[in-house]
Design a protein around this ligand. Structure first.
Ligand SMILES: Cc1cc2nc3c(=O)[nH]c(=O)nc-3n(C[C@H](O)[C@H](O)[C@H](O)COP(=O)(O)OP(=O)(O)OC[C@H]3O[C@@H](n4cnc5c(N)ncnc54)[C@H](O)[C@@H]3O)c2cc1C
Length: 406
């Protein structure tokens, strides 16, 4: 098949679908090429599907009409075409890479069977297929080990516990979600998981995966301790999918390098979402992916609304819905103060709430809220605006405590 569609978008995830839809609205229809079997869906909701709270259909993204299922295997920049695994060739005027990330598979002994497959019961947690595979394996009483205690590992452990599994979470770092949270907030997340029955081990490195007959039986820690396991979830981070860009000779560091017009070194090729690296940052989060898609749509359709993309000040938000009340947290910017920073902190151990902001040179540089998110909007605005704060400190405390009447 040959197509002369002017804008071709590779990857039907959050970034690609949002871009294609927005371009359609602006009168510049794009052809979207995605390799997953499922209808485009919002990955952010997969933990809720695993927890049994949503059916898979709830995650569906409104896909544009021009969507084809194919895996792009190569880019011919001189001829301005892409080649697909099924042999088809698609011509482009402008190409957008929105290929997302892959789950990182950690270097564990025994992780692969002789056929280079993961043993039965071992799953990454990135795609709908991962989620449905895990969902099928989880029953009350099943022994599950989650490897990794970042946002993804915490979400997976909570979902599996809600489904009745006996969950052990093994985290190599000294605390949970160490990249987003300070120690006090991290301790509250740990308490929440433990209240759901999850056994949390920090500073704990998994070394081996043991299988019998191709199915996982246990994992072994660096200190030799073995844990029986029917299910293992690998939540060890993600890596941008940059193979196509690299093979085509585009500049790649961690992600595909793009400028303020989300353009690679080739003026006909752009990159957005998890696969893109802008101003030294690969975000790996939904809000920047959406913002980049919106900005690029404006640039490509020439609607004059967006001149440049200058980066996203993105909040990390997580809601851990348990059988009882939901447990909410939000974190942004730098939550660990540097010497000389001002810190305002409010903690209520009984209610399990915690609020903290970090101020540097009259500017809000970071904060973390756990259990009590009434002020998150006002704080986010103060952070995003990066305006100097009034110097007497009173308004800052007000920002932390005023929940806007809700
Ligand atoms: C379980 C889970 C929970 C998450 N929770 C949060 C959260 O709470 N908050 C948050 O901000 N972020 C969260 N994230 C991260 C968020 O989902 C991503 O940042 C977001 O999906 C990025 O969108 P994207 O379109 O760049 O990439 P993706 O959503 O990964 O989409 C890329 C698509 O491109 C396809 N593709 C790749 N290569 C090719 C090719 N060669 N040919 C054709 N198609 C190709 C892929 O198969 C995929 O469908 C979570 C992620 C997971 C997995």
């Amino acid at each position: 098949m040959t197509s002369n569609a002017r804008v071709v978008v590779i990857g039907a995830g959050l970034a690609g679908v949002t871009l294609a839809r927005r371009l359609g609205e602006l009168g510049t229809p794009a052809l979207l090429v995605g390799d997953e079997e499922h209808r485009p869906y919002n990955r952010v909701l997969l933990a809720e599907v695993l927890a049994g709270r949503f059916g898979p259909e709830v995650t569906a993204l409104p896909a544009p009409a021009a969507l084809i299922r194919a895996r792009v295997t190569g880019i011919d920049r001189a001829g301005r075409t892409v080649r697909c695994a099924d042999g088809s060739v698609i011509a482009y005027g402008t190409l957008v890479l929105a290929t997302g990330s892959n789950a990182v598979l950690p270097p564990l002994r025994g992780l692969f069977t002789p056929g280079r497959r993961l043993p039965e019961g071992v799953h990454a947690f990135r795609t709908m297929d991962d989620c449905l595979g895990l969902s099928k394996a989880v029953r009350p009483g099943v022994r599950a080990v989650v490897v990794g205690g970042g946002l993804l590992g915490v979400s997976a452990a909570r979902a599996l516990a809600v489904r009745g599994a006996q969950v052990v979470l093994a985290q190599q770092a000294e605390r949970l979600m160490e990249r987003q949270l300070d120690p006090a907030a991290s301790a509250l997340v740990r308490r929440h998981l433990e209240d759901l029955g999850v056994e949390v081990h920090t500073e704990c490195r998994v070394r081996d995966v043991r299988s019998v007959g191709g199915a996982v039986r246990s994992v072994e820690m660096a200190d030799g301790y073995a844990l029986g396991a029917d299910v293992v979830v690998l939540a060890c981070g993600v890596r941008p999918r940059v193979g196509l860009a690299r093979d085509a000779g585009l500049a790649v560091r961690t992600g595909v390098l793009v400028d303020d017009e989300l353009r690679t070194g080739d003026p006909h090729i752009h990159a957005i979402g998890d696969c893109a690296e802008h101003a030294g940052r690969v975000y790996g989060l939904a809000a920047p992916a959406l913002e980049q898609a919106g900005a690029l749509a404006g640039l490509l359709a020439g609607d004059g609304t967006v001149a440049r993309y200058t980066g996203t000040r993105s909040l990390t938000r997580l809601t851990l819905t348990g059988p009882d009340s939901p447990f909410d947290l939000a974190a942004f910017g730098e939550t660990d103060p540097r010497p000389g920073d001002d810190v305002v902190q409010l903690a209520d151990a009984t209610r399990g709430t915690y609020r903290k902001v970090v101020v540097r040179d009259d500017r809000l540089v970071g904060g973390v809220l756990v259990g009590e998110l009434g002020t998150v909007g006002a704080l986010a605005r103060a952070w995003e605006g990066a305006e100097p704060l009034p110097s007497d400190g009173g308004p800052l405390l007000h920002l932390l405590t005023n929940d806007g009447g809700s």
